[in-house]
Design a protein around this ligand. Sequence first.
Ligand SMILES: [Zn+2]
Ligand SMILES: [Zn+2]
Length: 636
Amino acid sequence: MEVLAGTILDLRRRIFELLPPDAEVTRIEFEGPRIAIYTRNPGAFIADEERLIKDIVKTIKKRIVVRSDPSVRMPQHLAEQLIREAVPSEAGIRRIHFNSEVGEVEIEAEKPGYVIGKGGETRREIFRRTGWHPRILRAPAIQSPTVAEVRELFRARADDRLRLLRSVGERIFRVKLFENEYVRIVGLGGFQEVGRSAILVQTPESQILLDAGVKPLSGGEEYPFFEAPEFDVEKLDAVVVTHSHLDHCGSLPYLFKFGYRGPVYMTEPTLYLTKLVLEDYLRVAQKEGRPLPYSERDIATALLHTYTLSYGEVTDIAPDVKLTLYRSGHILGGAIVHLHIGEGLVNIVYTGDFKFQHTLMLDAADYRFPRLELLIMEATYSGKDDVLPHRDEAFKQLVSIVDETLKRNGVVLVPVLAVGRAQEVLLALRMAMEGGLLPQVPIFIEGMIDEVNAIHTVFPEYLNATVSEMIFRKVNPFTAPNVHILKGEEREEVVEARPCIILATSGMLTGGPVMEYLKLLAEDERSSLVFVSYQVEGTLGRKILQGLKEVSFVDSRGRVEIRELKMQVHRVEGFSGHSDRRELISYLRRATPTPKKVILNHSERSKVKAFARGLERMFPNIEFYVPENLESVRAV
Ligand SMILES: [Zn+2]
Ligand SMILES: [Zn+2]
């Protein structure tokens, strides 16, 4: 690799020039988007770590990590002893694991703050005295098999992950070959429709895929146009996943089934949630006797290739592309994607699904970026009538529906997406109960929502202050005494335990445990079916909202049973994790800097076309595009 050697040597030389004379650097290596500097004298870096790292990052514009040379690392048992002495017992250390390949020690603790110490003091001391670089993880407040399994997978396959990172690094830092300048955006799914989101961003140098979703339909799903001539997994540099809803991550393992072996970027909460959501998706498909699009193994391969980023961290993902994730306000870990392409050639922001208003659980989406020329914005609620009631009104509406149903001894059935709406509705119900607005009736939860709740407790810094306070200082809404987790054995008894509230997946009645409850409750006039999230065209949820009065259920043996729908059907819209029409418009007003071009996606055809026409009048200086899947738009 002649060209590559040139880049490495050049970078090496520039890094060496910045290092203190006693740095004793033994190796400089690419590690995915980062550059790892191995030293025999970690102390030389620690003394003035922040300034030094900042200087290097500023000069070479790459992220770096300082690692110790194996010769100066303390034997593991001594290092472990030292760590246990240096860290106060309040930290609640659950696990210490050494990764000798890179000289890292992973410390999993209930209260990571104590391991880090004031201003990072304890962490630095551990590195200086043991020669092992600490990586500090929060242990879940509620047992979470998902978090444990992913962490275990990463520990067991640390060598493979490092090898992958090194080859990714070589790809990212290859010398640029092309002179032409263009950036082309092609929707492979999720344009003029809701579902199967997938956007290909192409430059002469690189190919980036933003999201890889499926479109949920009753009894099956649709995939993005991966067979499109411009799409080739072999040429793909990176996949970025905005959040863990199936319409954004459901076809990720499918890419690996067809040979993709490059990196996937997302936030850490999205990593755990994605694993959970994908495995559940397979389980449900299997139970319902549908053909499986990929295997558990493909999911594991996808996870193995996933690298997590924090909000605001700038990362090279291709020779000419830098990625930064921002808050989307949509669900835990949800991200808005910012791509900086070429040396200032163009900046693209893709909102993914976003909420431009704070919710019970999350802060509103970020809207300020260092630079922005092209905005790709979701427009789910862009119709004339898509003005959602304010959250307070939605809260009141939900409380009154629930209250009336409970008073007539009915059951409230809420179909929810396991991630996002379930937690938001549960929080609303718990707040109403604590405030005396609703009686403390049992809330039953089924469909992996409990596991999602557990994952929420690992990331208080991603939630807003009120909720993290509730989790850590008051009654944790996810583990309150009247919240019961079901595994599917006792559905008939639950329905008889009336009055009660049931939250179950899937959110659009396309399968999952909610279907069993619907079958049991459909003909019960006292009970209520309450929709709290968007219902995609073609789903049973949408058909019921449009007035369907009879529902047929197919069991695993293919027998069909029909039920008349006599239960009360309600729709409470203010709980949506999407921006409504007003919020979409205000996002365009406030996005900084103002984009020159805007592409609208993630919306039904007629709605989004009309919306664009209105926007053209409102924002005469912005060009609006509403492409179909496979139509391309040039950013440059
Ligand atoms: Zn979503
Ligand atoms: Zn979506």
